[in-house]
Ligand binder design. Structure first.
Ligand code: ZN
Ligand code: ZN
Ligand code: FE
Length: 760
């Protein structure tokens, strides 16, 4: 039987080789008709035998091209037309056109094979790509996604590249960044602001510099990395000194999976994430026989590994010994500044950091850091969602319209919505300096332009001083838009349930554990047990409040919080205690006065700070040089076989911490090992979590528990708690698409604002 079908497809279907795929498929089933891009995706008309039409649609649905993401297929029957061929026809320009843009994708197997094939015309070309791989989001200036609107516009295609670009049967049909040795971007190596080598020679010299212990800045997809030889302790130490980064771990890039297996225990899920086309840094348990220097990741039981994702990375790492099979690849910035991504910027900012700069003339339009992932229960558990993932939209529970949520202060992301798409931005960073703030406000403008979004509703944090809050307040006033200021931990709860596609209005329990969030009473919250939904919440329990003597100073020096807790519970500052040993008599005298008079000592219920305090109390970490250091080191030393725990007590709406601190104190004085103490501390928190959930579950008749907040990056605590909740019939939800830390806050804010706006 002959008939026709008209098909509409929504999703990520442009710039991912979708039309050539459709063209091939139509020819395979001997169907006639056409395909074109539209404002919302792709439109297809096919005519032929009914059985072939069905097979065509099934194949399209079941095995689309690798980078495509089909969100919706609709089809309508048409009367059969006798057509002579199948063709790709021009799309009609539409000023309100809106289609998701593909993230940047690691080099595909076909391009990788060509890269090392001496007979291929792109042999060793560092910018080889096709419709299945290569840069996307980072080179797009505007939509529709066409070469003139990318940073490739300045390169005129040679006839060979043009022919591939124009041929619907070619893998490079309409691959916007297509290029070759003849016509495309080229490498150069700068030393002392002078170009000393070009093309392949630049790679060879950069490599010999690294082998000599030098630090080389390398331009990647979303910014520069600083690279050095991880087996060279001197080079690693120099890199730490220059970056002013004394302890924070460095990411590593290994030439292949086999190399990573020599240094870390690569589980099947870790392998799956490492090999995924997004190519994030994956935090993997270090194996005891790894000969990598401890200085790569001091005090940590994990190493952050990634596989090469650009052709240049492959060219660099595919080398004979003695060139290292692993490189340190850390973001090219000074301490907490944003990563450098523009060439001028790299030349000025990176000269003091790098001995050479391996760069190229394909501009990066928008900075994106490497993504970072953990895994839990055989699935990815994101830590930083950036390159490779952004700007892929998160599917929202319903059509929420156009909203902007500006996120939190640290690990900022913002989120813009259109329809039922939530565009959670790439990682912006800590909004503490001018440059990051610029990246934040320019990023918002860029997303609004790319996805044609004009926010009608705004959402931000409740904290009056966050730059993201001020930005939202200013815009609300200038554009006369409704603004919802959302409590930080309520946003965590909402982010976690949205992440899990939870659509119901039924309340859930939120175990919201993090370092800092502004509470509705103006104090610093962070150990919060909430019960609520998108619309509202109650604070059912919180940690017993304690003082942070010196505020910011206490956050950097956990020793102060440890002494504060001892003081609060009337426990002696005994000479033998690690926090006492770590401080002078004068310091402690001043601290005692500060505590007694409550001078610059805000109160907090923060779980993150409790971790800091215990870490200091048992002698693990008294002073920190990066965020969460004390907590990470505390987790690292825990004895996994220890099952002991301390008494727990809930009074009214408070989780008492006196029994916990008192118990650790007694054990410490009695000489119990730090490894056992740390494990008992974790076990106690898991038990407390279970107990509060059981009470909340009975009171509010709900079984669902959302685990959100940076503290849940602690996999020991997560494992223990998750198990207990499951065993008692509760239903824990954890983050899977956006980070559990403040990188996920914007999604939660957006969902809450959408709900509140409906009720207006
Ligand atoms: Zn490719
Ligand atoms: Zn060319
Ligand atoms: Fe938080």
């Amino acid at each position: 039987m002959l008939s026709g079908t008209h098909i509409n497809i929504a999703g990520i279907v442009q710039g991912v080789g979708f039309r050539p795929f459709v063209y091939e498929l139509a020819n395979r089933y001997d169907l006639k008709g056409w395909v074109r891009n539209t404002s919302s995706g792709v439109e297809i008309e096919i005519h032929g035998k009914q059985v072939d039409l069905d097979a065509f649609i099934n194949t399209l649905r079941d095995s689309p091209p690798p980078l495509a993401r089909i969100d919706l297929i609709t089809s309508e029957d048409r009367a059969y037309c006798k057509l002579s061929r199948f063709e790709i026809i021009e799309s009609q320009p539409d000023p309100t056109a809106f289609v998701p843009v593909s993230p940047d994708i690691g080099i595909c197997p076909d391009c990788l094979r060509e890269l090392f094939d001496p007979s291929d015309r792109r042999y060793r070309y560092p910018f080889i790509n096709c419709t299945n791989c290569g840069p996307r989001f980072t080179i797009i200036r505007d939509v529709p996604y066409d070469r003139p609107k990318t940073t490739m516009s300045k390169f005129r295609m040679c006839p060979d590249c043009q022919a591939e670009y124009d041929d619907p049967r070619n893998r490079r049909f309409h691959a916007q960044p297509v290029a070759c040795h003849e016509c495309g971007p080229q490498l150069s190596l700068l030393v002392d602001d002078r170009t000393i080598a070009n093309r392949d020679n630049a790679i060879q010299i950069a490599r010999s510099m690294i082998l000599d212990g030098k630090i080389v800045a390398i331009k990647g997809i979303g910014g520069f990395h600083l690279a050095c030889n991880p087996y060279d302790a001197g080079a690693v130490a120099r890199l730490r000194a220059r970056k002013l980064r004394s302890n924070k771990p460095f990411a590593l890039m290994a030439s292949d999976l086999g190399i990573i297996q020599k240094h870390a225990i690569v589980s099947p899920v870790a392998e799956m994430i490492l090999r995924s086309r997004e190519k994030p840094v994956v935090l993997i348990d270090r194996s005891t026989n790894s000969e990598l220097d401890q200085a790569i990741a001091p005090g940590q039981s994990t190493l952050g590994f990634m596989l090469p994702y650009t052709p240049l990375h492959h060219l660099l790492l595919k080398a004979e010994a003695p060139f290292p099979d692993i490189l340190v690849m850390t973001s090219a910035n000074l301490s907490e500044e944003p990563i450098a991504y523009r060439d001028e910027d790299a030349r000025t900012r990176l000269s003091p950091l790098a001995d050479g700069i391996l760069t190229h003339d394909r501009d990066i339009n928008i900075r994106t850091d490497d993504s970072v992932s953990q895994y839990f229960m055989d699935l990815p558990y994101p830590v930083r969602r950036s390159r490779g993932y952004a700007p892929n939209p998160i599917q929202l529970p319903s059509d929420v319209g156009e909203i902007l949520a500006t996120g939190a202060e640290l690990k900022n992301t913002f989120c813009l919505s259109r329809g039922s798409y939530g565009f959670v931005s790439h990682h912006i960073g800590d909004l503490e300096n001018h440059e990051t703030y610029e990246a934040f406000s320019e990023g918002i403008k860029h997303y609004e332009r790319l996805f044609r979004i004009e926010p009608k509703i705004l959402a931000c944090d409740l904290h009056p001083d966050y730059l993201s809050t001020r930005y939202a307040l200013k815009r609300a006033e200038e554009e006369q838009l409704p603004l919802f200021q959302i409590q930080h931990h309520h946003a965590h709860l909402a982010a976690c349930i949205a992440d899990n596609k939870y659509y119901s209005d039924q309340p859930v329990i939120g175990l919201c554990y993090d370092g800092t969030g502004y509470g509705t009473d103006g104090t610093i919250w962070g150990g919060e047990v909430l019960v609520g939904n998108y619309a509202s919440f109650v604070r059912m329990y919180h940690l017993e409040p304690f003082l942070l003597p010196g505020s910011e100073l206490a956050i950097r020096n956990p020793v102060r919080i440890a002494l504060s807790l001892l003081w609060q519970f009337g426990l002696d500052w005994d000479e033998s205690l690690p926090p006492v040993i770590a401080t002078s008599n004068e310091e402690r005298l001043a601290l005692r006065t500060q505590l007694e008079k409550k001078l610059n000592s805000p109160i907090t219920t923060s779980m993150g700070r409790l971790f800091d305090a215990i870490s200091a109390l048992i002698g693990v970490c008294q002073f920190t040089t990066y965020e969460a250091q004390a907590a990470v080191e505390l987790q690292t030393i825990a004895d996994p076989d220890e099952i002991g725990s301390y008494d727990i007590n809930l009074s009214d709406d408070q989780i008492d911490i006196a029994p916990l601190v008192g118990g650790i104190y007694t054990d410490l004085v009695n000489g119990v090992s730090p490894a056992a103490l740390s494990a008992r501390f974790h076990n106690t928190l898991a038990e407390i979590s279970l107990k509060v959930c059981q009470t909340a579950s009975t009171t509010y008749d709900t079984q669902v528990v959302a685990l959100s907040g940076g503290v849940w990056q602690n996999k020991l605590l997560l494992e223990r708690t998750y198990q207990k909740l499951m065993q008692s019939g509760l239903q824990p939800l954890i983050h899977r698409q956006v980070p559990t830390n403040d990188g996920g806050i914007s999604l939660g804010q957006l969902m809450i604002a959408a709900k509140l706006a409906k009720g207006m």
